[in-house]
Structures are given as structure tokens and as C-alpha cells.
Design a protein around this ligand. Structure first.
Ligand SMILES: Cc1ncc(COP(=O)(O)O)c(C=O)c1O
Length: 469
């Protein structure tokens, strides 16, 4: 007779548990398969267009889906909703200075607000912005400001099975080649993201950012950081990089940021809130331009589109996100789901990254051409199987080349199972794993989708599809 084992025992280790307990719950329910088919038809086979009430376990995104702590909720009651000079703004400014180390802060309603400001402030038409793989909204703002984005991430990042520990690193030789080709004066800044969402939540090493700083200093180029999931990035540095094992995540973050000139932030991720963001910098000229632009596009420079209470929740969330035991359980939960799927030989991006499991749709639907949108199809099949909502990160997200108008066919064709922070339990992860397995086992019968409606910008949000019969 098999003796039941705890999860930890099954993996030959001691079990871990979250460093919090649940104080409030939100009921969820699953609708049956015929109702899910109706919902999927109505949503044009795009999981972004489903109603959340029709979703059972929502792994669409880790953005703004966090559960706040009792301290954050208490902070919401201390919101100073003055139009100008709210005390919560000064608390937030202080938290960013303390933990990220930047001199100036410009608050925004969320990450893309900050991306808009930095792109408009620094980019001239005809410029080039190199970065470690693109992110959808980041690149869109850079292109709208007139720049060409150039991917200079290491080649390993484009291979879903490569075990490189820091697949988010920039390839300095690729960057030097770009500088030699276009000239440093055509590069307003380098756009460095940690972790790299589109590569599977892969981290950047401290050695890489240090080398990058030296390269930037040699050429007189600025280095700005997409710090959206930088706290999670620092966990991987602590775990994998020589000399950082005994350093707290907070100290690692401060050192990493010290090599950069500033950062933009979607607080909806690392900061454990539902809305918010900011742009922070050391250079006075960018501070002046961004402070001026923010009043046109976001709100006054001491709230930038956030309510006072939201700024308070972000300020408290920054501190909570940098607790080592919190981060161990956060990444541990993602890893748990990844270990289950890997052990069942389901192709996922390796190594498992910080915020999500990325299913390799190209390998799962090896019989399907990329033009039939394998990842979009897989996300739809998962929803049909169990009401789990995931997100396409492949040819639909990559959009069209602005020069040729053709689809961009990225090497990675992925479905993202994004784990919200402090929201779901291990039992939810088990349900998800079993549904992925059921869809994987039924993979040969699936033909793919055709796109029947395509919006001009960021098409993955609103495009509509129909099954190929
Ligand atoms: C890496 C990265 N940068 C920027 C953003 C944009 O942030 P927001 O959604 O808050 O506008 C996101 C959000 O998905 C992201 O993942």
C-alpha cells in the first residue's frame, strides 16, 4: 500500500508554507463546459475578452491581482486625498529612496504611464533603444516616440530549454555592435528589465548590470531599468550568484539599482497592490521633463494618477515585497507548479522564472504552424477544459513589424500561467497542473485558430479568433 506523502516529502525535501494566514476570502465558482464554450465563443477565443465571473482560477496575469496585507488595507484608511502634497506621496518617495536609492520620484497611474513619460522625454525620432527582449507596452511607447527597439538579450533567452541561470542578461557584444553601427548619440538609453517577462520571467545577474554600467560610462549612454519585477530578480541573484547568498534581497536590490540611472515601475506586480506605478531617476534633466509631462498625461506630480490611499499601499507594499521569507514562498509556489509539469514531461520554459510558468506551445502543438496561433489556441483549450484563464505570449503578442507590416514570428511561442501574489493555494496549483496535463494529452486533435479581427495597437488585448475546422 502506498503511504501518503506531503508535497515536500514527494520532492525529497522539507515542506515550506506561506508566511501569512488568510483573513478574508472571495468565493469563486466553476461554470460547466457548455457554458465555458459559450463564453469562449463570445470572447472571440481571446482570454482577455472573457468576463472574470466566467473564470475559475485566474492566471491571466500577476498584474494588479495581488492580495494586499492587513497593514496595506489599514494604510488605505490613512489616505490623504489632498490634490497637492499628499502625505502619502512623501511616504512613497521616502520608500523609493530608501529601497531603490533613486533621488527623484514621479508617480504614475501604472507602469505604462511611466513608460510613456520616459519615452517622450528622452527619445528623438530616428533613435534606437536596445533592451533585453521587448515588453509589449514598453516597446510600443518607444516606437510611438519614434525609436526602433533592438533586442540585445543573450541568445540563450530565445531557447526555451536552455538552463542558463541568468537568461535575462544583455549580450554586451551585440550591444557594442549596435553602438558601432548607429553611434552612441542615437541611443538615448538602454532599456534593461529584470526579470524578463517575455523570456519566461528570467533574471539578470549583478555581474551583467555591473558590466553594462561600465560599457554605458565608456560610451556616455544612460541605463534605465524596468524594475517591475526587480525584487523577484534579486531572489535569483541571492540564490544563484557567487557572493550574494548571505545578503538580504533588500541589499541586493539597492546594489543593483546603484548601477542604473533610474527606473520605471509597475507597482501592480512586485509591490503587492492593485494599481500604481512610478518613474524614478537621478538625472535632474529627466526629472524636470517628466515632472512637466506628468501633469499633462497623469495628474499632478505629487499623485500622478493615484489616489493618496493607493500611494500609501504601494509604500507599505515595497517593504513587504523585500522580506526574504515572503519572496521564498512566492517563488516557491511558482516553482512547485513548474516541478509538477516538468516531472510529467510537459514542455515548459526552463529554468522556471519568477512570476509564471510558461508552457511551450510550439512544442506542445508541434503539428501546428505558427500562423495558426498555437499559444492562443492552447490558452483557449485550457479555459475550455477547466475554466483556468491564461495568456498568449507568442505571435499575437509580438504584433506586426512596423516596416513590413508582416506578423513578427518570435522564437518563443508561449502560454503564460501567471501566479497572482498571496492569492491561490497549493490545491489550486494542483488543479491547474492536472488541467494542463489533460489538455496536453489531447493535443493531437487540435487544429488552431484564425484571426478574424485585429486592432491597430497591442492587438493581443482585443483581437478576435475563430477555430480552424
Ligand atoms: C515587464 C513589464 N513592464 C511594464 C509593464 C507595464 O505595466 P502596467 O501594466 O502597470 O502598465 C508590465 C505589465 O504587464 C510588465 O510586465
Amino acid at each position: 500500500m502506498n503511504v501518503p506523502q506531503t508535497m515536500g516529502q514527494q520532492f525529497g525535501r522539507r515542506s515550506w508554507a506561506e508566511p501569512w494566514k488568510i483573513k478574508m476570502v472571495e468565493p469563486i465558482k466553476m461554470i460547466d463546459r457548455p457554458a465555458r464554450q459559450v463564453a469562449l465563443d463570445e470572447a472571440g477565443y481571446n482570454t482577455f475578452l472573457l468576463r472574470s465571473e466566467d473564470v475559475y482560477i485566474d492566471l491571466l496575469t500577476d498584474s494588479g491581482t495581488n492580495a494586499m496585507s492587513d497593514r496595506q488595507w489599514a494604510g488605505m484608511m490613512l489616505g490623504d486625498e489632498a490634490y497637492a502634497g499628499s502625505r502619502n506621496f512623501y511616504h512613497l518617495e521616502d520608500a523609493v529612496r530608501t529601497y531603490y536609492g533613486y533621488k527623484h520620484l514621479v508617480p504614475t497611474h501604472q507602469g505604462r504611464g511611466a513608460e510613456h513619460l520616459i519615452s517622450q522625454a528622452l527619445i528623438e525620432p530616428g533613435d534606437y533603444v536596445p533592451g533585453n527582449m521587448y515588453f509589449t507596452t514598453t516597446r510600443q511607447h518607444q516606437e510611438l516616440a519614434g525609436a526602433t527597439f533592438v533586442d540585445v538579450i543573450i541568445d540563450e533567452a530565445h531557447d526555451s530549454q536552455n538552463p542558463h541561470p541568468f537568461k535575462g542578461n544583455i549580450d554586451l557584444a551585440k550591444l557594442e555592435a549596435l553602438i558601432a553601427r548607429v553611434g552612441a548619440e542615437k541611443i538615448p538609453y538602454i532599456s534593461l528589465a529584470g526579470t524578463v517577462n517575455m523570456a519566461g520571467g528570467q533574471p539578470v545577474s549583478m555581474a551583467n548590470v555591473r558590466d553594462l554600467r561600465a560599457l554605458c560610462d565608456r560610451h556616455g549612454i544612460r541605463l534605465y531599468l524596468d524594475a517591475t519585477r526587480m525584487a523577484e530578480n534579486c531572489f535569483f541573484i541571492q540564490e544563484r550568484e557567487e557572493g550574494y547568498q548571505d545578503k538580504p534581497i533588500a541589499a541586493i536590490l539597492k546594489e543593483f539599482c546603484s548601477y542604473t540611472d533610474g527606473a520605471w515601475m509597475s507597482s501592480k506586480k512586485d509591490h503587492l497592490v492593485n494599481i500604481g506605478g512610478w518613474l524614478a531617476m537621478n538625472h535632474e534633466d529627466l526629472f524636470e521633463k517628466a515632472s512637466n509631462l506628468v501633469v499633462v498625461f497623469e495628474g499632478l506630480h505629487t499623485y500622478g494618477g493615484m489616489a493618496g490611499r493607493d500611494m500609501e499601499a504601494v509604500a507599505i507594499g515595497i517593504e513587504e515585497a523585500l522580506q526574504d521569507d515572503y519572496m521564498r514562498s512566492r517563488i516557491g509556489q511558482v516553482r512547485y507548479l513548474g516541478e509538477l509539469l516538468s516531472d510529467w514531461n510537459i514542455p515548459i520554459v526552463q529554468p522556471v522564472g519568477g512570476h509564471a510558468i510558461f508552457l511551450d506551445a510550439k512544442r506542445i502543438y508541434a503539428h501546428m504552424p505558427q500562423s495558426a496561433f498555437p499559444a492562443q489556441t492552447l490558452a483557449a483549450e485550457l479555459y475550455l477544459d477547466s475554466g483556468i484563464r491564461s495568456m498568449e505570449r507568442g505571435v499575437v503578442s509580438a504584433g506586426r513589424d512596423p516596416q513590413t507590416g508582416d506578423h513578427r514570428y518570435p522564437k518563443l511561442e508561449l502560454v503564460r500561467l501567471t501566479i497572482p501574489r498571496r492569492v491561490y493555494t497549493q490545491a489550486h496549483m494542483d488543479v491547474v497542473a492536472e488541467s494542463v496535463k489533460a489538455v496536453y494529452d489531447a493535443r493531437h486533435a487540435v487544429k488552431g485558430l484564425e484571426m478574424v479581427y485585429e486592432p491597430a495597437y497591442l492587438r493581443f488585448f482585443q483581437a478576435r479568433f475563430a477555430p480552424i475546422r
